[in-house]
Design a binder for this molecule. Structure first.
Ligand SMILES: Nc1ncnc2c1ncn2[C@@H]1O[C@H](COP(=O)(O)OP(=O)(O)OP(=O)(O)O)[C@@H](O)[C@H]1O
Length: 335
């Protein structure tokens, strides 16, 4: 569906060349929600601009929905862009138009006839849960409702791909959950492919099937959500399933394991700890649904000298343990 091969983008600046994307190879499957995360300057926006054809790659190819965007002449690019819907953090709605007229706008530009437009707009507003607000003006809507209008507008030309650039950064927690729920629902109902750029771990956890971490224009880690979070010690595992802040107490050394409970039942993990005797304890244990599996995280508190033995025992139980120097070394943000 989306295929990036050797994608490189170099900007010329007065201080010399800036390598924004440095050889990205990425495959996004049809009908999946794919998160792109990374610090400020990692290249996320440049990647999105290359996907929409707003930016020409310095080298490499961008294929979206079977069309090689990076090769298209300017006059063909406009039609290709209709195959890609964009949703931004701040929805730019036309204040003087009703929300129905805002959603109709891309259809007007595409030359769709009036009666067809009206039917399509009604359908789109129903799809995003705003069927009863067609005549309202943007100023009368909440932030979440405006974002719904933005999504309806992005879907107007029936794109195969929806690109969302920080879609919920301006919204509160509950509204964020509702918008992410809507994105998943649209993916399920329309079968569209969604790419979400975000710096919020919660967004990745709630909506993404796959996630890619960019750093300095390169892919550092990519994979299915369940797979990256259970890669213990990996940057995405640390960011998406952060180590809890444990009270210092008389803690000695910590060993952690992140695992799918399909692979290792929690009873097996706990039994392995119990078998180590009374001076080895569970400091923290959580199990939560993530990426379609139940992900367990176990943190074991042990005397420093017994760490190798603890690691070995947990490994024998099928876990992939890692000795951690401190409990709070993981950032709470992906960025
Ligand atoms: N038009 C431009 N000219 C020169 N350099 C640019 C241009 N656009 C982006 N860059 C540089 O390319 C690099 C990647 O920028 P980009 O905006 O893609 O990162 P980002 O991950 O989206 O960051 P943010 O989260 O802050 O938006 C940065 O070093 C940036 O300064």
């Amino acid at each position: 569906m989306i295929e990036l091969t050797g994608l490189r983008k170099v900007y010329a600046s007065p201080d010399g060349d800036v390598v924004a994307l440095d050889g990205i190879d990425l495959h996004v499957e049809r009908g999946t929600v794919h998160g792109i995360v990374g610090r400020s300057g990692a290249g996320k926006s440049t990647l999105i601009r290359c996907l929409t054809g707003l930016e020409r790659p310095t080298s490499g190819t961008v294929r979206v929905d079977g069309v090689t965007i990076s090769d298209l002449a300017e006059n063909k690019l406009r039609a290709a862009r209709r195959r890609t819907g964009m949703v931004f953090q701040h929805v730019n709605l036309l204040d003087s138009r009703t929300i129905a007229a805002n959603v109709a706008y891309p259809l007007e530009v595409a030359g769709v006839r009036r009666h067809e437009r009206a039917a399509r707009v009604a359908e789109l507003l129903d799809l995003v849960g705003l069927g009863d607000r067609a005549g309202a003006y943007p100023a009368q809507l909440s932030g979440g409702q405006k974002q719904r209008v933005g999504i309806a507008r992005a879907l107007a030309t029936e794109p195969g791909v929806l690109l969302c650039d920080e879609p919920t950064s301006a919204l509160d927690g509950e509204t964020t959950r509702q918008i992410l729920g809507l994105v998943r629902d649209l993916r399920d109902r329309l079968g569209i492919t969604v790419v979400v750029i975000t710096h919020e771990p919660a967004v990745v956890r709630d909506v993404c099937d796959h996630v890619t971490l960019l750093e300095h224009g390169r892919v550092v880690q990519t994979g299915a959500l369940a797979q990256v979070v259970t890669a213990v010690g990996s940057p995405l595992s640390r960011a998406l399933v952060p180590v809890p802040d444990l009270p210092p107490g008389d803690r000695r050394a910590l060993v952690e394991a992140v695992f799918s409970t399909d692979a290792v039942p929690t009873s097996v993990a706990f039994a392995a700890v119990a078998a180590l005797g009374d001076d080895v304890e569970v400091a923290s244990a959580t199990v939560e649904p993530l990426g379609g599996v139940r992900v367990g995280r176990l943190i074991v508190d042990a005397p420093t000298g017994r760490v190798p033995e603890v690691v070995e025992r947990l490994r024998a139980a099928g876990l992939d343990p890692l000795a951690v120097p401190t409990a709070t070394d993981a950032g709470r943000e992906v960025a």
